[in-house]
Design a protein around this ligand. Structure first.
Ligand code: GDP
Length: 573
């Protein structure tokens, strides 16, 4: 509870409450949330006892999950996200699809962007998420929402496979969502669809006509060619995959977009995942709640109810939720309010930040509850190492537990790797490569574990023991800081001295060091000497300069990064 709520409950002033907290050694503001033990102590002093009011147990995202009786499930339309490299025509494709329906005269008039829309082909609707690209897709997945059923990968036939094409494939694969490749811009003279097919085959997307199982459709989003074929393919896959939901229950789903409208207050576009949402329903959305007042689609058609897979813009919420928030309808308004306020205070306590700490140590418990799979991303200095590690890991099968490599690529560990890891509950294995300190920070914030290795069999050993549930590392390497080499001097007796600037953390004498050049580890060893000006230093902190040498290594160059670390004993449970 917050300080103010406790004071109110006990019938004392906020100032008196804050004073009591100060006596307990706590400096707080009135809105801060305090722990239960503290509340009990103060309550006791005031002659109260603390009792839990059992509101409901439906307060966490996990508890928003509901099991439907298989008998109650009926077919629902597929939900499609368009991904691909920038300028390959994602937006044009989404516009063309939407316009083709308007032209058909199903509903004339001006469309408005609400984040998702439906088109009907042969009497059956398809839902499109109107924000192309994998950033939104991944952000939602990272927050626990799984909205997309099918990914359309748009590849410009004139430009071929590009970095974001590959990223999109990684994300779709990690989410285990079927991919349809739309080879776009086939109207252009420079178009080379064959090359797209060859390049994607190398990435594991082998065209059906070449004996693979990925559908490829040739289109021109601009000239409206092949669009119906693409829609047909979506419906084919949808029939195959049998997306289902139970419409006869209170609705649950995801927020696609939300904003504050001057006239209408908070508006949110929701996609109903299961159940039916009706006007007048009370819903919890993320940390807020409300009563559905109006519902309309992108053509401003008004609705009284929304069924599974239907995107709908609603008003009536108390506050603006966030994209990716889960919503759920309840039949009791009071419960809804209580859940929302509990979630608000939890969020203040930082509990709802949904940092799903995923580390090898706690992996087994997690995998047991999910699908017996350890998801990893491999980054290495050379392709050969990736192949070797991948080969070793994918071979493993320990009591049905196995390893799924969702990305293996050459280069240093980047923010994009961390994002993918976060969304896929994966750990990142770095082999002879390092993250920069900013990437490391992001990983820490998101609870993504990065494990660094320089010997292949150690990777296999660790992963194997993690799968066996026996990982008991007694020592752990803690990176303490990084320094940048700004100058080098050669001294005949000592060898090369690097003039460095500590960019992050602290460099300690006796540290273990790695020399990183362009994100790749080129040497590992021990610090030889550490000096501030002429004097030996015990440690040098961020923002200061120092001179250092590395034992048995003289080839330090300007621009190299020196990463210092220490071994720390880890408590064994
Ligand atoms: P996005 O970044 O993937 O959303 O790409 P856009 O949809 O904004 O398209 C980028 C550019 O490619 C625009 O100038 C479009 O007009 C053009 N474009 C998109 N589709 C086609 C197509 O099928 N043929 C041709 N010739 N140009 C296209």
């Amino acid at each position: 509870m917050s300080v103010i709520d406790v004071a109110h409950g006990l019938g004392i002033s906020n100032a008196a409450m804050i004073k009591k907290l100060m006596q307990l050694g706590m400096m707080t503001s009135v809105n801060e949330v305090i722990d239960r033990e503290t509340i009990e102590i103060i309550a006791l002093e005031e002659g109260f006892t603390v009792k839990d009011e059992v509101v409901t147990d439906v307060t966490r995202y996990d508890e928003f999950k509901i099991e439907d009786d298989p008998e109650s499930l009926v077919k629902r339309p597929p939900i499609v996200t368009v991904m691909g490299h920038v300028d390959h025509g994602k937006t044009t494709l989404l516009d063309t699809i939407r316009k083709s329906r308007v032209v058909e005269g199903e509903a004339g008039g001006i469309t408005q962007h609400i984040g998702a829309y439906q088109v009907v082909r042969n009497g059956e609707p398809i839902t499109f998420i109107d924000t192309p690209g994998h950033a939104a897709f991944t952000e939602m997945r990272a927050r626990g929402a799984k909205v997309t059923d099918i990914v359309i990968l748009v590849v410009g036939a004139d430009d071929g496979v590009q970095p974001q094409t590959i990223e999109a494939i990684d994300h779709a694969k990690a989410a285990k969502v079927p991919i349809i490749v739309a080879v776009n811009k086939i109207d252009r003279v420079q178009a080379n669809p064959e090359r797209v097919m060859t390049d994607l085959s190398e990435k594991g997307l082998i065209p059906e006509e070449w004996g693979g199982d990925t559908p490829f459709v040739m289109i021109s989003a601009l000239k409206n060619q092949g669009i119906d074929k693409l829609l047909e393919m979506i419906q084919l896959i949808s029939d195959l995959e049998e997306f289902k939901a139970n419409p006869k229950r209170l609705a649950r789903g995801t927020v696609i977009e939300a904003s504050l409208d001057k006239g209408r207050g908070p508006v949110a576009t929701l996609i109903v995942e299961t159940g039916t949402l009706r006007i007048g329903d009370v819903i919890v959305v993320g940390n807020t709640y409300g009563k559905v007042r109006t519902m309309q689609d992108d053509l401003k058609n008004r609705f009284k109810e929304a069924i599974p897979s239907q995107p709908i813009e609603i008003t009536g919420l108390d506050e603006v939720p966030e994209a990716g928030d889960i919503f759920m309808a309840f039949d009791d308004e009071k419960v809804t309010r209580q859940i929302a306020s509990q979630r608000q205070s939890r969020q203040r306590e930082g509990e709802l930040k949904i940092v799903k700490k995923r580390s090898l140590d706690n992996m087994l418990g997690d995998i047991e509850s999910s699908d017996k799979e350890l998801t990893v991303i491999i980054k290495a200095d050379v392709q050969g190492s990736i192949e070797a590690i991948k080969g070793l890991l994918e071979k493993m099968d320990i009591d049905g537990f196995h390893v799924n490599v969702v990305r293996g690529s050459v280069g240093s560990i980047t923010e994009s790797d961390v994002t993918l890891a976060n969304a896929s509950d994966a750990i990142i294995i770095g082999f002879n490569v390092r993250p920069t300190s900013s990437v490391r920070k992001i990983a820490d914030e998101q609870g993504v574990e990065i494990r660094l290795y320089s010997v292949i069999y150690r990777v296999a050993e660790d992963i194997e023991s993690a799968l066996k549930g026996m990982l008991d590392p007694t020592f752990e390497e803690i990176v303490t800081g990084q320094a940048e080499v700004r100058d080098t001097f050669k001294l005949s007796k000592v060898g090369t001295i690097a003039g460095c600037y500590v960019t992050d953390g602290v460099i300690k004498r006796n540290a273990l060091v790695r020399i990183i050049r362009d994100g790749v580890v080129i040497y590992e060893g021990k610090l030889g000497s550490l000096k501030r000006f002429k004097d030996d230093a015990k440690e040098v902190r961020q923002g200061f300069e120092c001179g250092l040498s590395v034992e048995k290594y003289d080839d330090i160059k300007v621009g190299d990064v020196i990463e210092a670390s220490q071994m720390r004993e880890v408590e064994v449970e």
